[in-house]
Design a protein around this ligand. Sequence first.
Ligand SMILES: Nc1ncnc2c1ncn2[C@@H]1O[C@H](COP(=O)(O)OP(=O)(O)OP(=O)(O)O)[C@@H](O)[C@H]1O
Ligand SMILES: [Mg+2]
Length: 615
Amino acid sequence: MLAGLVLLEALSIGLFGALLIRQQVNEVRERSQRRLAYEAESLALQAQQAILQERPGWVGLSVQMMGEGPTVALAKVTDPAGNVLFVSKGEADQAPLQPAELAQIPQVRAQESKFLVLQGNRWECVHAIYTGGDLRGFAWVEFDPRWAREQFNSILSDTVIFGVIWIVASALLVLLMARSISAPLATLHRGTRALMSSPEHSGNFPLPVAVHNEIGDLVDAFNRMVASIAEQRSGLNDTLSLLDSMLANAPIGLAFFDRRCRFVRVNQVFADMTGVSLSRHLGRTLPELLPQPVAQELENTVLRVFAEEEPVRNLELTNPVPSAQDGNPERQWTWLASAYPVRTTPQQVRWVGVIVLDASERKRSEEALRKTEKLAATGRLAASIAHEINNPLEAITNLLFLLRNYCGLDDSALNYVAMAEHEAKRIAEITQQTLRFYRQSTLPTRANMGELLDSVLSLYQGRLNTLNIQVQRDYDAEMDLFCFAGELRQVFANLVSNAIDASSAGGRLLVRARRSRNWNDPAQTGVRFTLADAGTGMEPAVRERVFEAFFTTKEVTGTGLGLWVSHEIILKHRGLVHVRSRTAREGKTSGTVFELFIPDDLNLAAPAKQTAAAV
Ligand SMILES: Nc1ncnc2c1ncn2[C@@H]1O[C@H](COP(=O)(O)OP(=O)(O)OP(=O)(O)O)[C@@H](O)[C@H]1O
Ligand SMILES: [Mg+2]
C-alpha cells in the first residue's frame, strides 16, 4: 500500500511537472518571440536614426551591438532589395539572404515585425526601415537558441528539484500515515488470521495499541472482544469437562445416537457392557456391535424417539441365548434401557441419548428368589401332605398290626403283612423326615448332630445310590450341639449336594463330626465337621470364589447361592469354614474337603457379634 501511494504520488508529480514544463516552454517561446520582435524593431529604429542623420557608419555599429546581445545569434541590415549591407558576424557580402528570407520581404509591413522560422528551426524577425515614408531597407535579427535552451534547462531543473522534494515529503507523510494506520491494521490482520487458524490459542492477544486514534480504538475493542470470547470459551470448556467427567464416571451406561442410528458418543461403562472398546463404537450402528434381537429392539426404540420426540423409559432388553464360544461361556444378561431426545434447539432433536443399567444381577436375584420361594412353597406343601398322610398311615399301621394277630392267616399271608408293615414304616420315616426338614425353629436348641446328619444323607440317599457313592459316616450318634438345627441341616444339605454333583459313579464321601476346639482359639469348644469327597475338585480360581453369591460353574442347573447361604449360616453360628481342593493333575487323586467348626455356644440367642470365618 505504501509503495502504491508513493508510485501514485510520483506519477502525479511527473504529470504535473510535464504540464508545467510545457507551459513554461510555451512562455519562453512567446517571450523569445516578443523579445526578437522588439530587438528587430529596435535595430530598425537605430538604422532609421543613422540614415536620417546621414551617418551610415552608425548603422554598422548598431548591427554590431545588436549581434552581441544575449539572445541574438546574428543581426544584419539589408537594402529594400534584400542585399546585405551590414552583418554582426563576418563580412556582409559573404552572408547573403537565403531564398526563404527573400521570399518574406514582400510581406513585411511598415511598423510591424515579421516573424519567420528558417531551416533548422532557426527563428528570425525582420522589421522594415522607413524614413519619411520611404522604404530604406530591413533590419534582420536571428534568435540565439542557446538562450532558450538555458531557460528550458533552468525550468526543468527547478521542476525536478521541486518534484523530488515533493515526493520525499509525500513519502515521509505516507510513512507517518502508515505508522499510525497501516501498522496497527497489519497487526490486527495478523492477529485475526492467527486466531482463525487456531481459535484455542489466543496467546498473541491482547494486541499492542501503539496509536491513539480510531484505529487504536478499533484494536482495543477487538482485544476486548477476544478476551470476552476466551472467557466464554473457558466457561464452556469448564462445563464440557464437567459433563465429560460425569459421562465417564457415571455408574450407568450412556450412549448417544444420530438420526441414522450411529453411535456418536458412549461412556466407558457402556463400552464395558458391550465388550467393545470405546473408540470402536463411534460411527457404527447397533447391529454391528450388539447381538440380535437386542440390537434391533434398541434401534427401533431410538428411531421411535426421533419420530415421536418423546422419551421411552424402562425398556427391558435380554440377551436370550447364552452361548459358549471359544470355550468362554457368554452369560445371559438383561439391560434396563431408557431413551430420550436430545435437543440443540427447541425445535430440533439432534441426538437420542440412551441410559442403560445392567439389570442382570437383579434379574438373577429375582430368579433365585422365585426359585427359593418355589422351594419353600414346595416344602410347605410337602409338609402338609406328610402331615395329612400321617393320620391314614397310623390307621394302616394299626390295621396291619391287627391283621398280623388275626388267627386265620397262613404263613404266606403273614409274610405279605410283614412286607406291608415294612413299607408302611418306610412311608412313616419319609413323612417324619419331610416334616422335620421343614419344621425349622427360629430359636437355637440343643440338637442331636447324628440325627441331623443322618436326615441329610437319607434325603440324598436316592442320588447316592444311583451313583453308587460309598458314604463313610464317622460321627457319634449321641453327639449334640446348641445351634439353629434347621439352618445347619441346610448347610450340610448344600455340602452333600455339591459333593454328589462333583462325584462320578463309584465315588466316595466322608462325613465326620468330632468334639473339638476352635483352631484359631483353642479355648473355645465346639464340633468340627468334615465333608470330604473324591470328586472333580476345583481349580484355585474357582475355589477362591465359591462363597460369592451367584458364583456357579453349573450354568443352568446351579444358582450359585448354596455356599453363599451356607457361609451366612456359619457366620450366624460364629463358626469357621475352611476348604481344600485339588483337581486331577499329573495323575494325583482329586477331591474337595470342607471343614467347619461350629462352637457350642450357649450365647447364640444373643445378638450376633461379627466373627471372622477362615476360608
Ligand atoms: N465339593 C465340590 N467339588 C467341586 N466343586 C465344588 C464343590 N462344592 C462347590 N463347588 C464349586 O463351587 C461352586 C459354587 O457352589 P454353590 O453350592 O454355591 O453353587 P452351585 O452348587 O453351583 O449352585 P446351587 O447350590 O445353587 O445349586 C459350584 O458351582 C462348584 O463349581
Ligand atoms: Mg450347590
